[in-house]
Design a binder for this molecule. Structure first.
Ligand SMILES: [Zn+2]
Length: 65
């Protein structure tokens, strides 16, 4: 699988975070943010985003496999 780096800081973006980008920004987004930059972008906290990832997994969201 192709490695994806954060658009802002260049950090490696993991699978769950990519799924979260798709879920919170757009399914068709080509630009991805790491958790920290995504938190800043959405004006929230990294902790809140991690909770969201867990929540989406529990809901069985197909992006998070
Ligand atoms: Zn970043």
């Amino acid at each position: 699988m192709k490695k994806i780096n954060c658009e802002r800081c260049g950090a490696l973006v993991n699978k769950d975070t990519i799924a979260l980008n798709k879920k919170l920004i757009s399914k068709h987004t080509k630009e991805f943010f790491c958790l920290e930059c995504l938190a800043k972008y959405l004006d929230t906290s990294v902790e809140a985003l991690m909770e969201k990832i867990e929540q989406f997994k529990e809901e069985g969201c197909t992006l998070f496999i």
